[in-house]
Ligand binder design. Structure first.
Ligand code: ADP
Ligand code: ZN
Ligand code: ZN
Length: 746
């Protein structure tokens, strides 16, 4: 008797997840196939885990039978079944939660919607066709339809356009039949086309000479550190082409698809139908159809955001992670995973090559290229492209000290240098980008008399003023309120608006440069489905002369007419209360600066800051990654920050502040007892304490945390296992979750 083990689609901690079923005669199943199975009094979906010869120790009266298979093929490839098993362990999630990551949402619960269109087919052949043609001699529309269909099936809509009545008659006569044919929904194309292929630069050649042989051997873990404009995209394209030539597929991960229309455009124009796109802004139908094109092997190149790391590419040749330093690769909610680590695991399993790439590699990845520093993730081979293509110069970066501007009485968002540079740039008919890492008008509103900032009533967060709607908004929970006429704390009427956001820069630009068309890109202007692409297209076509934006405009854009980039306030990133803020500031400045002067006109960059001597700002101005790395690495070592240590926290949230505090203290005590019983463990822990989270309140809930810092040796330290176990317990009146190396420490 053939039986199979099935992972059932029930997310419940207390239900075993693997059940044995009998496979009905005549049904042949493979692991990874979705099935319908009886479960209690219900019918549930499940995934075949493995087949076996008998029911094992399941008693015959308990053994139930699979109802049917949901697809004619395994929806989950064997390699992805293995990856899911690994992820389950790693992310402490249920098997079914890991499997869900591998399928488009349309394949679960609700029925799969395949989109179809009606097509017309000529059934009459030979003599019957002769007769039909003879009968249509005095009916030119019918004759035309027959003539067209004789060349092959056509969409019914097109035939109807030739003559709806005529088509009907032909159908009635049995000469033509209509049938439903599946149509595939394809994501809209962007306006970005790949540049014509040019001979590779020396740097590109050298790098590919290392990557291609490794690919042929099915190995290689690379970190490509290439300055902005060094032509990394062309390296990706050549590597992917080599994979295809070898009968293999490729996955290219980008931080966020909407922000990298260029990468998608380039891959589509070079690889045509062979390229699929996967990301969250596609409609459910588009995502499902792209997924099926990949699963069938019709599209062997996948460009997508982090979840595309699970794309069903068979015979994988390479995974490329572009802008590998980006935080968006970390999935910060359950099941938590880092797409870069998943990519590496997948490459190991499937004998594929891993290529991480960036102009500003993460400290974590770069330190893995140093032979003397050992990481639990293993070493990476460093590849460098230190020059821009065609001998183009790196942009010239000037730092402007905003304290001096203030001393000279300039209170506006534009320093004199930036104002002057903008004038010159516009006069030459070129384009400019202005970068400011805050949306809204002013970043906070506070009282001149008592100094209190106006905060969100639900969160411990200052409200941001949005001028267009004349509203204060909380960027965490979305709360909105009109600006107060008097201070809520002391009643004084002198409320002042501080700090600049994108809206303020936009207004300042309008005032000083009347009539210069600009576009603003931030969360507020990019809500619609294709909003990003439309705004970028306006700028690319030259209909706007200045692009103002948040970090949305920092990445991967290549606009040849941009010769000036202004970083309006470098300090917004620098001063975040997070040990990574220098790394983020460095990377942002370098990335934005890299947008300038990418074609034949040299670029100029102006960085405005109140902290002009900061090492991150200075190194960014010189575009000197090595210098930044060395200073920052040393600072991390001395301050015992990652990668020298690991950080984790148990985050406690509750509507009741007392309960949050009590729970955090109880957790700290339990952990303390666990650690003090074991001298080896105690030596591992650098710091451990219960305290209020940096953001004390969020969405009306009080937040506490038990924060720990560990020496980073060993794979999964026992203390993390213990924290995980504590988080899973029931805590009265409070929710507890474990975050290891969180992307955000708020
Ligand atoms: P990066 O991602 O490294 O910042 P891109 O891949 O966007 O750089 O390439 C920058 C520019 O250089 C693009 O306009 C691209 O068309 C051009 N380019 C790339 N490779 C070559 C080459 N071998 N010869 C000439 N131009 C190139
Ligand atoms: Zn709020
Ligand atoms: Zn006040």
């Amino acid at each position: 008797m053939t039986c199979c083990e099935v992972i059932v689609e029930i997310a419940h901690e207390n239900v075993g997840h693997v059940f044995t079923y009998r496979v009905p005669d005549g049904l042949s199943l493979l692991p990874g196939t979705r099935v319908l199975a009886p479960f209690g009094s219900r019918t549930v979906e499940g995934y075949v885990l493995r087949l076996k010869d008998g029911p094992g120790d399941v008693p015959p009266e308990k053994l139930r039978t699979i109802l049917r298979a949901l697809d004619s093929y395994p929806a989950i490839l064997p390699a992805l079944m293995d990856l899911a098993a690994w992820l389950c362990e790693k992310a402490h999630c249920l098997p079914v939660e890991a499997l869900r990551l591998m399928l488009p949402a349309q394949m679960r619960g609700e029925r799969v919607r395949v989109k179809t269109a009606q097509w017309a087919h000529l059934t009459a052949q030979g003599e019957a066709l002769e007769q039909a043609l003879a009968a249509a001699r005095r009916a030119p529309r019918r004759a035309e339809i027959l003539r067209r269909l004789a060349q092959g099936d056509q969409p019914a809509a097109q035939m109807r356009a030739l003559g709806a009545g005529a088509l009907q008659t032909l159908c009635r006569q049995g000469v033509v039949t209509l049938y439903a044919r599946e149509t595939l929904r394809r994501p809209a194309a962007s306006g970005f086309q790949a540049a014509p292929e040019a001979p590779l630069t020396d740097d590109q050649c050298r790098v590919l000479e290392e990557i291609l042989p490794a690919m042929a051997r099915g190995e290689g873990r690379f970190l490509l550190s290439g300055v902005t404009g060094s032509g990394k995209t062309e390296v990706y394209i050549r590597a992917v082409r080599a994979a295809l030539a070898d009968g293999k597929g490729a996955i290219v991960l980008v931080p966020e698809i909407a922000l990298t229309p260029q990468m998608v455009g380039w891959f589509r124009s070079r690889f045509g139908q062979d390229a699929a796109v996967l990301h969250s802004r596609l409609s459910a139908g588009e995502r499902y159809d792209e997924w099926r094109r990949i699963r069938r092997g019709d599209a062997r190149v996948v460009v997508g955001a982090r979840s595309a790391v699970f794309a069903p590419v068979e015979r994988l040749g390479i995974i490329i992670v572009d802008e590998e330093h980006e935080q968006t690769y970390l999935n910060d909610h359950h099941p938590r995973y880092d797409a870069r680590e998943v990519a590496q695991r997948r490459c190991e399993q499937e004998h594929a090559t891993l290529l991480l790439a960036s102009a500003t590699p993460s400290l974590k990845s770069f330190s893995r290229t140093m032979p003397h520093l050992r990481s639990s993730l293993g070493p990476l081979t460093l590849l460098e492209m230190p020059r821009r293509v065609l001998g183009r110069p790196m942009p010239r970066v000037e730092i402007v000290d905003m304290r001096q501007e203030l001393a000279r009485g300039n209170r506006t968002v534009f320093s004199r240098a930036l104002d002057q540079a903008l004038r010159e740039c516009l006069a030459r008919g070129e384009q400019a980008m202005l970068f400011i890492n805050r949306r809204g008008y002013s970043t906070f509103v506070s009282c001149r008399a008592c100094g209190q900032a106006v905060k969100c009533p639900h969160c411990d967060i200052s409200l941001t003023y949005h001028r267009a709607e004349d509203m204060l908004r909380c960027h965490y929970c979305g709360h909105e309120q009109p600006p107060p006429r008097a201070c809520p704390a002391c009643g004084s009427p002198s409320i002042k608006y501080f700090g600049a956001g994108t809206q303020k820069v936009e207004e300042a630009l309008r005032q000083r440069f009347a009539g210069v068309p600009s576009v603003r890109m931030d969360v507020d202007t990019t809500q619609g489905k294709d909003a990003h692409a439309k705004l970028l297209d306006t700028f690319r076509r030259g209909e706007a002369r200045v692009l103002i934006g948040t970090q949305m405009i920092a990445k991967g854009l290549d606009f040849p007419h941009v010769t000036l980039v202004g970083v309006v306030a470098a300090d917004t990133t620098l001063n975040l209360p997070d040990y990574r803020s220098p790394e983020r500031a460095f990377s942002l400045i370098v990335q934005v600066a890299g947008r300038a002067g990418r074609a034949d006109t040299p670029g100029r960059v102006i960085v405005q800051t109140y902290d002009p001597d900061h090492y991150a700002v200075r190194a960014a101005a010189r575009q000197d990654y090595r210098a930044f790395f060395e200073t920052e690495f040393d600072r991390r070592r001395r301050g015992l920050y990652p990668p020298f240590t690991r950080l984790a926290r148990l985050l406690v949230e509750s509507a009741d502040a007392g309960a949050a505090q009590r729970t955090a203290e109880a957790l700290a005590e339990a952990l303390g007892a666990f650690v003090s019983g074991d001298p080896a463990l105690s030596r591992q822990v650098v710091q451990m304490r219960a305290m209020e989270a940096p953001v004390k309140r969020l969405r009306g809930r009080a937040r506490w945390q038990v924060f720990i810092k560990l020496y980073a040796r060993g794979p999964t330290p026992a203390i993390l296992e213990k924290m995980d176990e504590l988080a899973a317990r029931e805590w009265r009146g409070a929710a507890v979750c474990l975050e290891v190396d969180p992307a955000n420490m708020a």
